[in-house]
Design a protein around this ligand. Structure first.
Ligand SMILES: Nc1ncnc2c1ncn2[C@@H]1O[C@H](COP(=O)(O)OP(=O)(O)O)[C@@H](O)[C@H]1O
Ligand SMILES: [Mg+2]
Length: 98
């Protein structure tokens, strides 16, 4: 079996409110193969953009990665250093913002 280019496993994104934390994204999993075009579809506000931001390592307060794994070409990247993430961004992963 070939390694998927991107694998998102049980992604959870927390949204910190006033003394309460909500799950903005709850257990989202998908895989994208090399050369594959992948469409993530859903109603406005369902979490598509923040899912993409989490892959880019760009979640900022009040949003944070609360669980799951993001695996780029076989390597877990959800806990890599900010410096390593900056090396990946633009070179291996990019985002066209809305
Ligand atoms: N910076 C933020 N602060 C608070 N809530 C946010 C922030 N960014 C996104 N959200 C909320 O997270 C949810 C998912 O948003 P988003 O990923 O932008 O949805 P979409 O699927 O339309 O791209 C929405 O309820 C949105 O209001
Ligand atoms: Mg969006």
């Amino acid at each position: 079996m070939t390694t998927p280019l991107l694998k998102v496993e049980n992604l959870r994104i927390a949204l910190a409110g006033d003394g309460v934390t909500y799950d903005a994204v709850e257990n989202v999993s998908f895989e994208i193969g090399r050369g594959e075009a992948f469409g993530l579809v859903g109603e406005s506000g369902c979490g598509k953009s923040i899912t993409a931001l989490s892959v880019m390592g760009l979640l900022r307060r009040p949003l944070s990665l609360a669980g799951g794994r993001i695996i780029l070409d076989g390597k877990e990247i959800q806990n890599v250093s900010a410096a390593e993430m900056r090396r990946l961004r633009g070179k291996r992963i990019a985002m066209i913002f809305q």
